[in-house]
Design a protein around this ligand. Structure first.
Ligand code: COI
Length: 363
């Protein structure tokens, strides 16, 4: 039982059906938001309360709110999927709840219990049910829970006042080009996270530190940036917001081992399970970039992909750096990549049996 109920405050505040349908016809990613959001507050000594679902809209925040100065903030990303029978489900929400709790510990924020996290998702999706797209075209409702230090205080210490929200956004493909193979720029100037830092936490700061690398990537005609480990600058870490996976010629799946500076992706974890189910001998390894590039050139690595909740599974077609470029396989979407994508989305949209019990019904 959750202790927070998230009652709906003002059910009448909805956009017109025609406006919602116009957005749903071409949602893009992260550009449009629904009618409602969930909210709760935490106070030192009191715990969580003030839970409610309220109309989506601007926040009232003191300019001295600690988050604006010291970035004490964490977030999550997950999706609600409409099945053919009209029901709405989400995927492994307890994993996101646990990661939010780990992120909270790292950023010295309060932990939100798993059942309250799931209650907040259910409350928003029930209020925003008309926004959940039909399964055609693999659209979904992207859910973005986040928590931040709202206390008006400029001393540097863990905040005594924290706000939690869940906003929702109808989502199509994450990349503007759709599921096309990505060109990925290998950053030799920047790292995303360092040893002992916040790399494994899902906090805004990790994404802020990726932006300049991504700008550099785009200036070099690439879609994404790949960061190497900050200590030796040799091993693959992750992209700006996605984990990386390798498929070998002899049918093995490899992904960088979790080092503390890599985000523990729920999609990454699910792919490791699906790979084991189909005998792809998944392994979590230290993947040295120069060796990966040699293995691409020799044909030992035949496919690579990026994975995350937002992007799902997206093939990588080419790496680029200041010294050269490397095409993976024939540069097109790989067979194993696309079949893992089909299986994962098949489970999420209820087309394939949920044999691991990964789905939770929301509506
Ligand atoms: C996700 O896949 O949900 C992410 O967090 C990536 C990005 C949109 C931040």
């Amino acid at each position: 039982m959750s202790s927070l109920a998230f009652p709906l405050a003002d059910p009448a505040r909805r956009v017109a059906d025609a406006d919602r349908e116009a957005i749903r016809a071409a949602p893009g990613f992260g550009q449009h938001f629904t009618d409602f959001m969930a909210h709760a507050q935490w106070r030192e000594g009191e715990g969580w309360g003030s839970d409610e679902v309220i109309p989506f809209g601007p926040l009232q925040l003191s300019p001295a709110a600690a988050v604006l100065h010291y970035a004490q903030e964490i977030f999550e990303g997950l999706k609600a999927f409409r099945h053919e029978d009209g029901t709405v489900w989400t995927f492994r929400p307890e994993k996101n709840a646990e990661r939010l709790q780990r992120s909270a510990r790292r950023l010295a924020l309060p932990e939100l219990p798993t059942e309250d996290f799931i209650a907040s998702l259910r409350a928003v999706v029930q209020a925003d049910e008309p926004w959940v797209p039909s399964p055609a075209g693999e659209q979904s409702l992207y859910l973005r829970p986040f928590m931040f230090a709202s206390e008006e205080f400029l001393g540097v210490r863990a905040a005594h006042g924290v706000d939690y929200y869940v906003i929702a956004s109808p989502a199509g493909a994450y990349f503007p080009r759709g599921i096309q193979p990505l060109v990925v720029w290998i950053s030799d100037s920047y790292a995303r996270a360092g040893a002992g830092g916040t790399g494994a936490a899902k906090c805004g700061g990790n994404y802020a530190s990726s932006m300049l690398g991504k700008k550099e990537a785009q200036a070099n005609g690439a879609d994404e940036v790949l960061f190497l480990d900050s200590e030796t600058h040799t091993a693959i870490d992750e992209l700006s917001g996605m984990n990386v996976v390798v498929i070998t010629k002899d049918g093995r799946l490899q992904t960088p081992a979790l080092t503390g500076s890599i985000l523990e992706g729920v999609t990454r974890d699910s792919i490791l399970q699906l790979a084991a189910d189909r005998g792809l001998a998944p392994s979590e390894d230290r993947l040295v970039m120069s060796e990966v590039l040699d293995r691409i050139a020799s044909g030992d690595i035949v496919e690579m992909f990026a994975c995350g909740t937002a992007a799902v599974i997206n093939p990588i077609g080419e790496f680029r750096s200041a010294v050269g470029s490397w095409t993976i396989g024939d540069g097109g979407p790989g067979e194993v990549t696309m079949s893992l994508r089909e299986e994962l989305t098949g489970i999420q949209y209820g087309r394939i049996e949920d044999r691991h019990g990964w789905l939770t019904q929301l509506v």
